[in-house]
Design a protein around this ligand. Structure first.
Ligand code: PEP
Ligand code: MN
Length: 338
């Protein structure tokens, strides 16, 4: 961390700042560059609130020389994190497509969708059982019964499954769930993240609609700091002024995250757009941007879906999308995992 002081800094304020810093357990070194004093800080800087340093009038700027997300940082850990679930590999040049309905509705529904998305090349089945809904009057999910039905579809197809957790008390229901999703609304539920950090389950962490990329990485850090290194990031759109889409897919976050972190990066064209008509093209854009996978909502009867019917693509639209995914991934150096 480097603090650049103003060239006309008042010496009394400079002394106050140095005293304030010396009360912290860090080393301080001063140097002069282009007529201004520069203070270099070393040591355990995590406990220092740097926004307070800006309150000293003599400070011109503060430059971070290290990432605050130390375990998630590619600078600290250059090699890609590769997650293995049985025979399946996530990251490390593999492209995985997670597909399935927003909500598990019945055994027949999840099994029919599972078989069709598998036939088209999806490698992981999704299905929400514990649903975080904006309205308390909307369908809240089949809860543990939904997880049971998802497990039936897993047994039928052999596909690994992912489902969302909204409360740590539900963790015992996730024993046979291969990947636990932390949804956008819970991205900063720090107590939930800490608890999941104590498990060794792969976690699919979705970006909050109003969170910066750095906040997203700091949330991943909560899980990693607990010792669970199996974290997959998922960009799912952020809230902007645009109202023709449900959210705005921040496509730039994909290549940026790939640079900043070694964790696998997925993107969700369904929740980021809210409209089935543009989901396939957005999914292709995610491949082109360098994602390690996409998560797409697929429903066999979208107009009667219990949740997110507007953005759910049909099994046949999914099949067409997968044909294109399989064509473009090799050009980008990725292997589609089926
Ligand atoms: C979901 O995946 O069904 C979901 C609720 O996603 P998000 O948290 O991104 O809104
Ligand atoms: Mn959904």
């Amino acid at each position: 961390m480097i603090i650049l002081l103003k060239s006309d800094a008042d010496q009394k304020t400079v002394t106050d700042l140095k005293e304030w810093l010396s009360r912290r357990d860090i080393s301080i070194e001063s140097a002069y560059a282009f007529g201004s004093e520069v203070i270099k800080l070393e040591g355990d800087l995590d406990k220092i609130d740097f926004s307070l340093i800006k309150r000293f009038d003599c400070v011109a700027s503060i430059t971070k020389t290290r990432d605050s997300y130390k375990f998630a940082s590619r600078h600290n850990y250059p090699d890609d994190t590769v997650i293995r679930i049985g025979d399946l590999t996530i990251g490390g040049g593999m492209f995985n497509v997670i597909a399935g309905p927003c909500s598990v509705e019945s055994s027949e529904q999840i099994k029919e969708i599972a078989e069709s998305v598998k036939a088209s090349g999806a490698s992981i089945l999704r299905g929400g059982a514990f649903k975080p809904r904006t309205s308390p009057y909307a369908f809240q999910g089949l809860k543990s019964r939904g997880i049971e039905k998802l497990i039936e579809a897993k047994k039928l197809t052999g596909m690994p499954i992912v489902s969302e957790i909204v409360d740590i008390s539900a963790l015992p229901f996730f024993d046979h769930v291969d990947i636990i999703q932390v949804g956008a609304r819970n991205m900063q539920n720090f107590e939930l993240l800490k608890e999941l950090g104590h498990t060794r389950k792969p976690i699919l962490l979705k970006r909050g609609p109003a969170n910066t990329i750095e906040e997203f990485l700091m949330s991943a850090e909560y899980i990693l700091a607990g010792g669970n290194t199996n974290v997959i990031l998922c960009e799912r759109g952020v809230r902007t002024f645009e109202n023709m889409t449900r959210n705005t897919l921040d496509i730039a976050s994909v290549p940026l995250l790939k640079k900043l972190t070694h964790l696998p990066v997925f993107a969700d064209p369904s929740h980021s757009s809210g409209r089935a008509d543009i989901v396939p093209n957005l999914a292709l854009a995610c491949c082109a941007a360098g994602a390690d996978g996409v998560m797409v909502e697929v429903h066999n009867d979208p107009v009667n879906a219990f949740s997110d019917g507007a953005q759910s693509i049909t099994p046949s639209a999914f099949r067409d999308m997968m044909i294109k995914v399989k064509e473009i991934c090799p050009i980008l150096g990725k292997t589609v995992q089926c």
